[in-house]
Ligand binder design. Structure first.
Ligand code: KG4
Ligand code: ZN
Length: 339
């Protein structure tokens, strides 16, 4: 089953993504982004997201299937966590595909997908045991990953996710949606001194908090006369990015130290951020082997769901076609640690 061809569908948030994957490499992939729909509202509108997934999942799947005339061995879809309407669209579509072709099916945990994203890169050469950071729009967690298919939560945010902090900060600065890329672009324009923002919970083990950081940005914005000058916006964007990266890197450094691991994998949309990628790469000078996926496999995609689904299939075999979608779902229930 190692060279199985896997078809995977991801619809948990605002991308309709389908991929065909075979151990360690992507055969074909396609993605329809809903960014233009949600931009007007400044964030993802769940009902519009589900409807748009329903309207595009067939075309995106056909785009992928048109690039492959070989057999398919396994079908996967994101089962959760995520927006329930979107999850139901992708899950139902993929299960119907599996049913119609008599293929085995696996429902995949979205964060297992972010952790397995490196496996979609043929150049990936850093295997577990490792520390893994997932920083996305909905989650920010640090895991111990002793081997593929097993995780132990070491820490995470108590409130907002790192991506949420980027998104809310961007909204306060009038930079639009999605916030992470907008903050990154704007931060590049800053010149001169920047306001200092707090680094919450630095002394609290591997716990994190980003909601206070968001409030600190709001206070800074309110203390300045309106409208903000572009240099003030750039300085705040820079400072916010710096604070988020600082917190994330300090916490993973601590996790590495506490566990004695010397390998680090990061993933999730925030891992597309250049400042974070550079700060993580710099850990190599401290004797840590690091791996950051190509940007397109940091943000939501279906190749990572296929990679995680194949691992799960090898662990547990196929799943019932009746498995329900889960808006909330603990990764340790999907990939429990054995010790
Ligand atoms: O993993 P993802 O695509 O979807 C979720 O599972 O949430 O992550 C989306 C998040 C958003 O909050 C977005 O602003 C953030 O990732 N993001 C970034 C960048 N690109 C995406 N944050 C900082 N810098 C970026 N370049
Ligand atoms: Zn995601």
């Amino acid at each position: 089953m190692n060279d199985a061809v896997v078809l995977a569908v991801e619809t948990s948030c605002d991308e309709t993504a389908v991929a065909l994957y075979r151990s360690g490499a992507v055969i074909a992939e396609a993605l329809h982004s809903q960014v233009d729909i949600h931009r007007y509202y400044g964030g993802v509108v769940p009902e519009l997201a589900s409807r748009d997934h329903a309207g595009h999942v067939r075309a995106v799947t056909e785009q992928v299937l048109a690039q492959w005339d070989g057999p398919i061995d396994l079908v996967c879809a994101t089962r959760g966590p995520g927006l329930i309407g979107g999850l139901l669209v992708g899950l139902t579509w993929a299960r119907a595909f599996a049913f119609s072709r008599g293929l085995p099916f696996v429902g995949v945990h979205h964060l297992a997908g972010h952790l397995a994203a490196p496996l979609a890169d043929p150049d990936f050469d850093l295997e577990p045991p490792a520390i893994a950071l997932v920083a996305s729009g909905g989650h920010t967690l640090i895991y111990d990953l002793p081997r593929w298919g097993e995780v132990c939560v070491l820490g995470g945010t108590r409130d907002d996710a790192a991506g949420e902090c980027f998104d809310k900060g961007a909204r306060m600065l009038g930079l639009g949606y999605p916030g992470g890329p907008a903050i990154e672009r704007t931060a590049k324009n800053h010149e001169g001194p920047v306001p200092r923002l707090p680094r919450p919970m630095m002394d609290r083990g591997l716990e994190m908090s980003f909601s206070g950081l968001k409030t600190a940005v709001l206070k800074q914005v309110q203390s300045l006369p309106e409208p903000l000058e572009s240099q003030q916006v750039a300085a705040l964007a820079y400072s916010l990015q710096e604070a988020i990266v600082d917190v994330l890197v300090s916490k993973v450094r601590r996790a590495l130290k506490e566990t004695g691991r010397d390998r680090l994998i990061i993933g999730g949309g925030v891992a597309a951020n250049t400042a974070l990628r550079e700060a993580v790469a710099a850990l190599q000078s401290e004797g840590i082997q690091t791996y950051v996926p190509p940007r397109k496999y940091c943000t939501d995609n279906a190749a990572m769901i296929a990679a995680a689904g194949l691992i799960q299939y090898q662990r547990q075999g196929a799943e019932s076609l009746d498995c329900p979608a889960k808006a909330r779902w603990d990764l340790q229930d999907f990939w429990p640690a054995t010790v």
